[in-house]
Every structure is written in C-alpha cells, then in structure tokens.
Design a protein around this ligand. Structure first.
Ligand code: IPE
Ligand code: IPE
Ligand code: MG
Length: 253
C-alpha cells in the first residue's frame, strides 16, 4: 500500500493540466528509497531497485503528458558520504539501468543528458554515460536529464571558476558578466529553468538541488516514498501546478 499523498493534491485525473499550464520543465528529487526498503525489512538496495522502476514509470508519464523536460536527482555530491557498500550497489544499478533503458529511450524520442561531477565515477560508467548521451542526441520528444554526483553549490563554484579564468585570460570583461552569461557556465547551459520541483518522501528541502535554477520554481512536496511514485502522482502534480499562480515578482494579476 502506498502512503497517502498530501491532502491539497488529492485531485482527480479529470482535472489534469490543460496544455497551456503544463510545466515545460519538471524536476524531481527522488527521495525515500531507503525508508521504503526498511518498512519491508529489506536491504536498502531493494529500495533503490524499486526506485529505478519508478523512474521508468515517470519517464513514461512525462512522455504521455507531453512534458518536454524532465530532470531527475539521482545522486548528490553529498551522497558519496554513504557507506561504500551502498555506493557500490548504486553504481551497479546505474550501469544496469543504462543498459536496460537505452533502447527504449532511442525508440521513444528521449534525449538523455547527465549533469554533475561525472569524473567522480569510474571510467567505465563515464564511457557508458557518454555513449548513452551520444546515442540519443538527435531525440527531441523528451529531454531527460539525470543529476549524478550533482550539487548546486559545487556547480555554481565551478561556473565561477570558469568565468574568473576567462576574465583573467582577457576573454571576458568582468563588467559584462550577467545572469544569462553566468547561467551559460552552469551544467544546465541551454536548458530552461525548472517550472516545477517535486520532492517525494515527505522531506521539505532542496538538498543542494538546482540552487540557481530554482529561483522561481513552484514546489510540490509529497508524502509518498519514491518507489511508490506512479502515473497518478505525476498527473496530480500536473493538476496542482495548473492551479498555481506564478508572478515572477510582478503585481498579482
Ligand atoms: C533516494 O533515497 C536515493 C538516493 C539519495 C540515492 P534515499 O536512499 O535517500 O532514501 P531515504 O531518504 O534514506 O529513505
Ligand atoms: C537528496 O536526497 C538527493 C537525492 C534524492 C538524489 P538525500 O536523501 O541525499 O537528502 P537528505 O540527506 O535527506 O537531505
Ligand atoms: Mg534520502
């Protein structure tokens, strides 16, 4: 049995978002795999495996709804602090997932991108990631971005280093640095900012996800654990988003 989703989101699928109010970019903090496993007296890896199934369902839901951009937080820069056994399990699962999903991505028009410090992964995983990105580069239906060894602060610091180096080398006038040019030094260069950020598991925090890009995102926090997340939760999140009024600092209209 899935835990109930939070009350304000208990909307019917009939109220699913009209195209005009569909978020262009949905980002999800996929949290709660460990708790899902403990509740079943299973090892944490069982929760991560079930979480990978939820990823598949979510990609399918995004395709069905016609969401153009889906970004999934799969592993944070800080998650390297976990026990070595869990890291090994997670990287093993990542390898397996890439192999099992790539054909479906190609068939369904999904373009895969990875953001994060990819050089912290082993050489073979880095190669697999690059290969998957290359194989899907021409796809346009769904832009699926997976955040791996991703941290918002590390991303901003890396961008600052790049911009500073360009200034020191005389390729960039410091007075010309603006929000747009700085954003183009981030991992997410060329991607739209997320319109909606969903976090599962009941935690209400960003945990270092898309700090710069989340400036005007809408947030939805769900009490469902990630392995229980399914198409209905996705549809309900779309419906809730459609009810939000976004202002971007302007006067309420
Ligand atoms: C999210 O689930 C997956 C990763 C962070 C890799 P967790 O592993 O954080 O699960 P909980 O939060 O301990 O339940
Ligand atoms: C955030 O979850 C990262 C991912 C979901 C990949 P965590 O479980 O690592 O976050 P905290 O530690 O609860 O803030
Ligand atoms: Mg967690």
């Amino acid at each position: 049995m899935s835990p109930p989703i939070s009350a304000p989101l208990a909307l019917g699928v009939a109220e699913a978002a009209a195209p005009a109010t569909l978020p262009a970019h949905v980002a999800i903090i996929m949290d709660g795999n460990g708790r899902w496993a403990s509740a079943r007296m299973l090892p944490r890896i069982a929760g991560h495996r079930a979480g990978a199934q939820a990823v598949r369902r979510t990609v399918e839901a995004a395709l069905r709804h016609g969401v153009g951009w889906l970004t999934l937080y799969a592993f944070s820069s800080e998650n390297w602090r976990r026990p070595a056994t869990e890291i090994t399990d997670l990287t093993g699962l990542l390898r397996h997932y890439l192999k099992s999903e790539i054909d479906a991505f190609v068939a369904n028009g999904v373009r895969l991108r990875v953001i994060g410090e990819r050089d912290r992964f082993s050489r073979d995983i880095q190669d697999e990631l690059l290969q998957a990105e290359r194989r899907t580069i021409a796809n346009t239906k769904l832009n699926l971005t997976v955040a791996l060894s991703y941290g918002g602060r590390a991303e901003i610091a890396a961008a600052a280093r790049r911009v500073a180096a360009a200034a020191v080398e005389g390729r960039l006038d410091p007075a010309a640095i603006d929000e747009e040019s700085f954003a183009s030094a981030l991992f997410t260069a060329g991607m739209p900012d997320p319109d909606l950020i969903v976090r599962t598991s009941g935690e209400r925090r960003l945990s270092n996800f898309l700090l710069w890009q989340a400036a005007y995102a809408e947030f939805i926090f769900l009490d469902v654990l990630w392995p229980d997340f399914g198409p209905l939760h996705f549809a309900e999140a779309m419906a809730e988003y459609a009810r939000r009024e976004r202002r971007f600092g302007a006067r309420p209209g």
